[in-house]
Each structure stands twice: as structure tokens, then as C-alpha cells.
Design a binder for this molecule. Sequence first.
Ligand code: SF4
Length: 329
Amino acid sequence: MISLGTERAPLNTDLRHDWSRDEIRHIYWLPVPELIFQAQLAHRAFHRPEQVQLCRLLSIKTGGCPEDCAYCSQSAHYEAGVGREPLMNIADVLAAARSAKNEGATRFCMGAAWRQVADGNDFDRVLEMVRGVAALHLEVCCTLGMLTASQAQRLKEAGLTAYNHNLDTSPEFYGRIITTRSYEDRLRTIAHVRHAGITVCCGGIVGMGESDEDRIGLLEQLSGLDPHPESVPINMLVRNEGTPLASAEELDPLVLVRAIATARILMPASRVRLAAGRRSLSQEAVTLCFLAGANSIFTGQKLLTTPNPGAEEDQRMLETLGLKAVELA
Ligand code: SF4
């Protein structure tokens, strides 16, 4: 049992999928030092605290997406200055994966700006990319939009480790961010991924104008998935010019820290990834995110289409903090 007040009970490492909104709210609003202490206990029960997994996320098909996600510069609904590029060729993707591996990444994620995967030539090429990245002994993740059960099965057979499909925010706030597909659509794709035996990467974004209660609602949804997503990316909004959220109010990084720490306590065995938005954070804020239980970052100059610290800069940061990149098994 996690202590919800100032008294501290011994940590029970059983995973729970029935956290109530009240319990989550109580954890989220703990005094920050207590919250971080509890998150550290949870973290250390399941993970080596000095280890951080480096991931690389490559946009393999950019722009022109028919969805209207209000944060996204790749949506065809907005003039965000991101051009349309067709699906990359396989050799270029595999070259990028090799380069990511040489720079210390152990997970390679491929993102395509599609509403859903269409069977045919493009999907066959993605399957070939998955086989090629898996042959490099990297964890392979894809984010391609909605999937059918049979497509999930084919990705599994090609060697896919994980499929990313974020819930983004609470069910209550979701309609303010995306109108072209429903929360239920997302949950259905996640169910197909799980059913195919692929691990689930599912998280959300903070800083979109949602309330604390919405962040708590998102965490309730994520921690209610059984099993928990093995990977929980928590993104800080990147306010992309030309998107409806370009002028969203800047979020206090401590809110991100609260969200990460709460995710760590609710889903202690999962890898919690400090994902987009690091460019807007000070090194001190990033350090607090690690203290709160984040144990993965995305490296490389670009995260899909948004700027991100480069591999060398991250290497220096890890050295400064005495953290170590997870190595290939
Ligand atoms: S987030 Fe994904 S689904 Fe939404 S508009 Fe961007 S590329 Fe399309």
C-alpha cells in the first residue's frame, strides 16, 4: 500500500488497476517533496534508479494527416509550415536506426502521420522496416494511427516490440483537442495491440489548457488499463506555430513533475518517458522529472517534426547527473 498521507506504510509492489479518482487526486496533490519521495520508492522497487533508456523517434511519413489533433503541426487542418513527405524508403530508415544505435539508443520508434494504417504497399514497407530494425536488436516501436486486429498481428509477426497510441488527455477534455476520432477508437486500437501480444506505449500531453482534474482523469484511464502500458510517455506541449494551441498558456514545469511522479506511483513497473517538450525545460526541471520517476528520454535533434536536444547534449546531461544510458541486452 502506498502511503497517501504523511505516514509512510511499507511499499507493496503489487500492481493495481483499480485506482480511484479520489486516490489519484490525493497522490497528485501531495506536497512535492513527499510526492517525489513516494515516486522514488515506487521507482526503486522496479527499476535501477541510475538508468535511463534512450529512444529515437523518426518521422517516416510526414505531414498531411487528416486528423485534427490541435497540438500537431502535421495535421492537414492547420498551416503549421510542415510540408508533406511520402513514406521514407527502407534503406534510409534503417540507416537512421543504425545511427541511433551508435548514439546509444536501444529503442527506435517510427511515426507515420496517418489516420489509420491502410493495407497495401505502404504497410508492407513498414513491415519491412520493422523487420530491419528488429534485426539490429533494437526495441522497435511504431505509431501509425488506428490499427485493425489483423494489422496488429502482422506487425507482431514482423517483430514489433511496442505500438504507441496515446490517449492524450482525459475523456472529458478530449473533444476539445481532437474531433476526428473518439476516445473509444483509441481504446480499441490499444486493445488490438494488446491482443496481438505487442507491448503498449500509451501516455498523454500536458499543457494543452487542460485542468489538473483532466490530468488526473488521464492518469486514471492509463492506470486502469490491465495490464498497464509498459511504456508511458508524458509530453509537455510544444506550442507549434499555426496550430490552435500555438498560444496556449505556458505550463509550470512542476505540473509536469506532478504528472510524472503520479504516473510512476500508479504504474510502478512501467517505463515512464519524458517525451516531447524538453527544449522548453531547464536542466533543473529535467532533473526533477528524473527524480519523479522518469526513466527514459528521446534523443536526437528532432522528435518527429519538433526540435529536441541532440545526442551529444543529452550525453553531457546524463554525465552531469551521473545517470547511465541503458545498454543493449
Ligand atoms: S498527432 Fe498523429 S494523428 Fe494527430 S494530426 Fe498529428 S500525425 Fe495526425
